[in-house]
Design a protein around this ligand. Structure first.
Ligand SMILES: C[C@@]1(CC(=O)O)c2cc3[nH]c(cc4nc(cc5[nH]c(cc(n2)[C@H]1CCC(=O)O)[C@@](C)(CC(=O)O)[C@@H]5CCC(=O)O)C(CC(=O)O)=C4CCC(=O)O)c(CCC(=O)O)c3CC(=O)O
Ligand SMILES: NC(=O)C1=CN([C@@H]2O[C@H](COP(=O)(O)OP(=O)(O)OC[C@H]3O[C@@H](n4cnc5c(N)ncnc54)[C@H](O)[C@@H]3O)[C@@H](O)[C@H]2O)C=CC1
Length: 163
């Protein structure tokens, strides 16, 4: 896996599914100034509230590969229907659209990392799809190590940013 940081400002983002995992993905991109469309049979309260407040477009219906379109820069296939997620990602990949299948990294052409931002500096950890839970644990441990005051990391970052 090749690590990059993506500028999705003003890009159209399509998310299939509006459950626990889709909600987690939305929280990682909601402040990126992108245009989010969600297609899902039902949605969590958080996602419904975003739609009510005009922050995202929510279509409460079944999704299909016919929804995959070149107008989207990036897609998350995050339904509980693993077959559908596979089909969505295969279709998106054939159209050169970035797609993350949250239920099977083998059909994804990108994956999300466990990420944190400290004083404007992003740190991301991933295991190449092998052990996402480990990525989450490592992120937590690294965060605690950085913030426990015993090292100069945060002060050093602030110095670099100010000079
Ligand atoms: C490939 C990838 C695709 C993607 O989602 O982008 C993927 C795939 C899968 N995850 C699964 C399980 C879990 N994932 C988590 C957690 C996270 N998963 C994330 C990323 C990724 N997960 C990508 C690879 C990243 C890497 O390689 O390191 C994190 C880091 C970032 C994020 O989600 O934004 C986020 C931590 C957020 C944070 O706190 O920082 C937990 C723990 C938990 O949720 O507490 C569990 C276990 C508990 C549970 O099952 O809930 C399953 C099995 C599903 C099943 O059994 O059906 C699959 C399917 C498969 O293995 O292919
Ligand atoms: N990548 C990750 O970090 C993780 C991924 N998963 C995987 O994520 C997937 C989703 O899990 P959760 O969000 O917990 O499930 P969930 O049950 O909370 O949400 C599933 C969503 O998919 C929607 N949906 C189902 N069929 C649909 C269809 N045909 N068209 C449109 N929307 C449809 C439902 O309406 C619901 O909003 C599962 O396949 C699971 O294997 C699970 C844990 C962690």
């Amino acid at each position: 896996m090749y690590n990059i940081a993506l500028n999705i400002s003003n890009k159209n983002v399509l998310i299939f599914g509006a459950g626990r995992i889709a909600e987690r993905k939305i929280k990682t991109i909601i402040d990126e100034n992108c245009k989010i469309t969600v297609i899902s049979v039902n949605a969590t309260e958080y996602i419904k509230a975003l739609a009510t407040n005009g922050k995202i477009r929510l279509m409460l219906r079944n999704g299909s590969i016919n929804d995959v379109s070149k107008k989207y820069f990036i897609i998350f296939a995050a339904t509980s229907n693993k077959e559908l997620n596979n089909e969505i990602c295969k279709t998106a990949d054939s159209m050169n659209i970035l797609c993350d299948n949250v239920s099977n990294h083998n059909t994804s052409n990108f994956i999300s990392s466990a990420s944190m931002k400290i004083s404007g500096i992003s740190i991301s950890i991933n295991t190449g799809g092998v052990n996402p839970s480990l990525a989450k644990i490592l992120k937590g441990e690294l965060y605690n190590d950085i913030m426990d005051g015993k090292n100069e990391f945060v002060k050093h970052i602030k110095y670099l940013l100010d000079n």
